[in-house]
Write a new protein. Structure first.
Length: 681
């Protein structure tokens, strides 16, 4: 480091080197057309790095040397998508595509041929990149479409992502959206490296890309040859985009983004179909994986007129390639016992690669399906895998059935605990009758109990639960919190556990003890009680005690939103079981789980009936989630972006641009005090 004033010459040289490196990065990583040899590029890079080392005050976050900056994160922050990241409806046939065309034509009401932008449907991870004044500030995953995870530290390492936009004329705030993916070659190289080192290999490029972005240490992502194509935009402020998707894509390319070279503008549904057939042929030769094509109405004005249905636009559709099928043989048919005791047939297969994933098990759903398909041990079968779903046995190749292929039938007793298996009349599902006395049901219930949307005990995965149950350390959820049964020592003694991870897990168990009533109810795993029902029960009864009292009478339970006779019966039966009540008593008693009840209902129910509210900034007296819940309880709807349809904007400390936008649109604003008055709290 030097104390001399900064020579002007150095500043200029640094700026020049950065421009040159950005230019050559773009040629190499975006255009795939390098201009200079690697050695020359390396010289430019070292010169810049040396200058920055001597004059650290010149380092800026968007300098090309800063891609792998900073130290590992401890957790991911969350990012709200002001413009939601949508999903796409799927079409699986020409007929469905024709219907899509007709729907659009009907809505637009004109007979002119439709113009579509057609693109490959990339099989990676959707990412939104936010640029302010041309510099990358945030990169976030899609998450649930409204809130994603902040993965900026990892996305910065992707060389196809510009840290600074090229050219000029870009909006002050610009969100570019697209897919981060691992090219096939990179995937193979990565797996080769992993298998040479005796490490786990990734099942497919998409998992590898997603796994790389979910790393806390950016050095890991930096070592993975990830790339990105952009295919759209989110928020745009302080500037304007052209009138169509295809024109915007051209501009994004000028500003330094990678746009898929296969993208094309096509005319009408016939044009779409030709594009699909052409890509289906090229698919295996492309350097990246795709699982279909996407058609988007090209003109923004038409997109706006068509609008959205729930989470997907009416103006776009994904035409998926047919699910991938392969042939293999059935080595055995086993029976698996689930959380609610359901006994399900599973085919154990001669391992086979289906669309790049090795499949060795496939579900047969239930005994009726097994009989209908007449699958026998030794049979040759078609296996199908579509996207993320569990592989399934489609059909048997009868001609190839060997002599003596063995039929299997529903076992009379549970394959895990030996208790009776029964199948109520008219139901497809057979169940083990032992409840939590069956270790398989215990394991599955515990896995549900600790899962992310339930008690959310991070790090307590399936293999650990199996060991805890098999070793008889844990028999019920309450045991998880009993320090005599589960402590750093017991955990450290398990396979794949070291002292450090055992301590971390103990901390996660402790941290999970504060839980909302809705999550707790969901965690209990009552049949037919999913997250939404658990939330309704929690809001209706307000406390576990009132729910347990009410559960004595299933009629009373049916007063709850969306609770019908079947759900009511299951809830009543659950709380009628002394064993369940005992575990709940242990959980809330000596193990110290603290259940947080939803805020009490006020007299002001219905003050926000039919109103649309946006909450922005930090409120002092309640969290954002509590404010949202209070609004919903009073009949209002909460959205994330302010528009002319917004009725009120509730604002706290540091409200940001939403408050300004509300004021400019003349939307009524409520400070915390006014808001609490309306709520009646
Ligand atoms: S457009 C308004 N274009 O598909 C629609 N998505 O099911 C927003 N995807 O989450 C998406 N290739 O991850 C669009 N060329 C493409 C795409 C694409 C892949 C993914 C994306 C999105 C999902 C929607």
């Amino acid at each position: 480091m030097t104390t001399d004033p900064l020579p002007e010459k150095v500043k200029l040289r640094v700026a020049k080197l950065r421009d040159a490196i950005n230019y050559h990065d773009h040629r190499y990583y975006v255009l795939d057309d390098p201009e200079i040899p690697d050695a020359e590029y390396d010289r430019l890079f070292s010169e810049l790095r040396n200058l920055e080392q001597s004059y650290p005050e010149l380092i800026t976050p968007d300098s090309p040397t800063q891609r792998v900056g900073g130290s590992p994160q401890t957790q991911f922050g969350s990012v709200t998508h002001t413009v939601p990241m949508l999903s796409l409806d799927n079409s699986f046939s020409r007929e469905q595509l024709d219907e899509f065309g007709r729907r659009i034509q009907d809505r637009l009401g004109d007979t002119q041929a439709l113009v579509f932008a057609a693109e490959p449907k990339l099989d990676g991870v959707a990412i939104s990149l936010r640029y302010e004044k041309g510099s990358l500030v945030v990169a976030a995953t899609r998450g649930d479409g409204r809130t994603g995870e902040d993965v900026t530290h990892n996305v910065r390492t992707i060389r196809a992502v510009p840290l600074r936009l090229a050219g000029s004329g870009y909006p002050e705030v610009l969100e570019a959206r697209g897919e981060v993916y691992l090219p096939r070659a990179g995937f193979e190289q990565l797996n080769q490296r992993a298998s040479d080192a005796g490490e786990k290999v990734f099942a497919n490029p998409r998992n590898a890309a997603a796994g790389s972005l979910r790393q806390l240490d950016p050095a890991v992502a930096a070592s993975r040859p990830l790339s990105m194509f952009v295919y759209g935009t989110g928020i745009v402020e302080g500037g304007q985009l052209p009138d169509s998707h295809s024109e915007t894509m051209k501009l994004l390319a000028e500003w330094g983004f990678r746009v898929c070279p296969e993208a094309a503008v096509v005319m009408g549904i016939d044009g779409c179909w030709e594009y699909y057939e052409r890509l289906a042929e090229q698919r295996n030769a492309l350097p990246y994986e795709i699982d279909g094509v996407v058609y988007k109405i090209d003109a923004y004005a038409q997109q706006v007129r068509l609008g959205f249905v729930s989470r997907a636009p009416r103006w776009a559709i994904a035409q998926k390639f047919p699910a991938q099928e392969e042939l293999t043989t059935v080595k055995a048919i086993d029976w698996q016992v689930g959380r609610t005791g359901a006994v399900t047939p599973v085919a154990r297969l001669e391992p086979v690669a289906v669309g790049g994933v090795i499949v060795s098990n496939a579900t047969l759903h239930n005994i009726d399906e097994l009989n209908r398909k007449d699958v026998r041990v030794g049979d040759t079968v078609f296996i199908r895998r579509a996207g993320d779903v569990i592989p399934e046995v489609v059909s048997v190749v009868r001609d190839r059935r060997p002599k003596g292929a063995r039929k299997v039938s529903l076992p009379d007793s549970c394959p895990v605990c030996g208790s009776d298996v029964s199948r109520p009349e008219g139901e497809a599902v057979a169940r083990c009758s032992a409840g939590l006395f069956c270790s398989a049901q215990r394991k599955e219930s515990l896995k549900h109990f600790v899962s992310r949307r339930a008690m959310d005990i991070e790090g307590l995965g399936s293999k650990l639960i199996d060991q805890l149950v098999d070793g008889d350390f844990v028999r019920s959820p309450a045991d998880l919190f009993d320090p005599e049964r589960v402590n750093s020592e017991t955990l450290a003694g398990l396979e794949r556990m070291a002292d450090k991870s055992a301590n971390k897990l103990m901390a996660a168990i402790q941290a999970s003890k504060d839980v909302s009533l809705a999550r707790f109810l969901y965690a209990l795993g009552i049949r037919e009680v999913g997250e939404a029902t658990a939330e309704n029960l929690a809001n209706h009864f307000g406390s576990l005690e009132s729910l347990v009292n009410a559960a004595k009478d299933p009629e009373e339970l049916q007063a709850v939103n969306d609770v019908g006779p079947v759900v009511a019966e299951h809830v009543a039966a659950f709380f009628d079981e002394p064993h369940n009540l005992e575990i709940i008593a242990q959980l809330t008693g000596k193990t110290g789980v603290r259940i947080h009840n939803p805020p009490a209902k006020s007299a002001n129910t219905g003050v926000f009936d039919g109103k649309v509210l946006v909450v922005t900034g930090t409120l002092e007296s309640m969290s954002r989630d509590e404010a949202k819940r209070a609004i919903k309880e009073r009949g209002g709807k909460v959205t994330s972006s302010v528009s002319s349809k917004t009725d009120y904007v509730v604002y706290g400390d540091k409200p940001g641009s939403k408050l300004e936008k509300a004021r400019s649109l003349g939307v009524e604003t409520l400070n915390e005090e006014n808001f609490r008055n309306r709520l009646g709290v």
